[in-house]
Design a protein around this ligand. Structure first.
Ligand code: NAD
Length: 423
């Protein structure tokens, strides 16, 4: 079993640390956020992620998982240092590598010889060199091992991955990284760092493309009187296409797709290729946010000025508390700009948010509302009392941007129901 330092305890770092500890490794997780570390030391998990609190507590109780402030403290005595820090979007669309460089500069002086520094953050081609330079060490290895987990099923995805990708110049270092995953059954792809880094961006770009594609087809369905649910079902049975990521919605968002698609456009541009297809995918997504906002405006009678819009779902998708680049918040912003009052509910229990009133009950969100907008696909929205919803609302209009609810149940009660891609 190995000694692993995990730098950054966000969605990826905390999952990585807790899962490696569950596989039997000795893991020390570091963060710069002292308050977060203090909570983690007490076994409190600051994010909503199924099963993560149990796994963290098991790791702490078993003496295999601990938390410290500062990357250098964690890395001083490790065989592997996993970088799981943010790589946000810079103003020019490229990935901002400053967190990666800072973390590498911090740990460089304390690493033992032969340590393997592993990039798990999503980083553009060439970042292995950036990390090598920031480390300032010629006696350690830098390997790329991108992460493909989905928030909401992060533990499951880490422990049951579709594949493990390892990009390394040095074969021994690649084998050492692959040995950390002993106990997990998955194809292991060992390649060069540039290919590993490209696999991660290309995979996210392709998934975003699938969603934008089905959203565009949904727009066609509305125009020609077809039903996107049946169209997607019929397409998905083709094994070359598959059912995953063929659900229309308000557009993709979250902490990865927006920045990773733009970064891929930028990577291609810098390398002399104009990635027009992916630019189109990004544009379709922005149009989709507008299309949903326009549906809500239309249901409000052509203007949302002075109208109350009740929103169910604020996170970028269900089963997470992550609000980063949430399509719901983006659409709400567009409605507020046009004079709407928005009252929103989300099962993850977010705190106060700018521009809207956050309530802690789905019924409170629809009180005196002119339109109910369903913007995130939380399962619990399916089981609410629609008679009560009807009594509370000022007008009986629904925009179901996830095609989540039972249209006929609304129509039977006299609601005007508008979904996505269905006439
Ligand atoms: N969130 C996802 O679903 C997901 C999936 C796959 C890949 N990724 C990639 O993984 C990376 C991390 O994403 P995330 O969502 O976990 O980010 P996050 O913002 O949730 O967490 C990052 C953590 O790193 C900490 N940090 C920053 N600098 C540090 C330093 N010098 N030392 C110690 N800690 C430091 C921050 O305080 C924060 O707690 C990104 O590159 C992202 O693109 C994310």
């Amino acid at each position: 079993m190995s000694k692993i330092a995990v730098i950054g305890t966000g969605y990826v770092g905390l999952t990585t640390g807790a899962c490696f500890a569950s596989l039997g490794h000795d893991v020390v997780c570091a963060d710069i956020d002292a308050a977060k570390v203090a909570r983690l030391q007490r076994g409190e998990v600051p994010i909503l992620e199924a099963g993560l609190d149990n796994l963290v507590r098991e790791g702490i109780d078993g003496g295999r998982l601990s938390f410290v402030v500062g990357a250098a403290t964690a890395a001083a005595d490790c065989e592997f240092a996993y970088l799981c820090v943010p790589t946000p979007q810079s103003t020019d669309g490229s990935a901002d590598l400053s967190y990666i460089e800072d973390a590498a500069r911090e740990i460089g002086p304390v690493l033992g010889p032969e340590t393997v520094v592993v990039n798990k953050s999503t980083v553009p081609v060439g970042s292995t060199r950036v990390v090598e330079r920031a480390l300032g060490r010629s006696d350690v290895y830098v390997v790329s091992n991108p992460e493909f987990l989905r928030e909401g099923s992060a533990i499951h995805d880490f422990l049951n991955p579709d594949r493990i990708v390892i990009g390394a110049e040095d074969q021994d270092a690649a084998v050492r990284v692959s040995s950390l995953y002993l106990g997990i059954t998955a194809p292991v792809i060992v390649t060069d760092p540039a290919s590993a880094e490209t696999i991660k961006y290309a995979a996210n770009a392709f998934l975003a493309t699938k969603i934008s594609f089905i959203n565009a087809v949904a727009a066609v369905c509305e125009a020609v009187g077809a039903d996107i649910k049946d169209v997607a079902l019929g397409m998905g049975y083709d094994t070359r296409i598959g059912h995953e990521f063929l659900k229309p919605g308000p557009g993709w968002g979250g902490s990865c797709f927006p920045k990773d698609t733009r970064a891929m456009v930028r990577i291609a541009e810098d390398a002399g290729y104009d990635f027009n297809l992916l630019k189109g995918v990004v544009n379709v997504n922005d149009e989709q946010l507008n299309r949903v906002a326009e549906k809500i405006v239309a249901q409000a009678g052509g203007s949302v000025q002075g109208k109350v819009i009740g929103v169910w779902g604020l996170t970028f998708k269900a089963r997470t508390d992550d609000l980063r680049e949430s399509p719901s918040l983006e659409i709400i912003g567009r409605l507020v700009e046009r004079g709407a009052t928005v009252r929103g509910f989300d099962p993850s229990g977010p705190g106060p948010l700018e521009g809207l009133e956050v309530v802690d009950d789905p019924y409170a969100a629809v009180e005196r509302a002119h339109v109910l907008a369903v913007l995130t696909e939380w399962d619990e929205f399916r089981w609410l009392d629609l008679d009560k919803v009807k009594d509370l609302m000022a007008a009986h209009k629904v925009v179901d941007a996830r095609n989540l609810l039972d249209r006929s149940a609304f129509v039977r009660r006299g609601f005007e129901y508008e979904g996505i891609g269905r006439s």
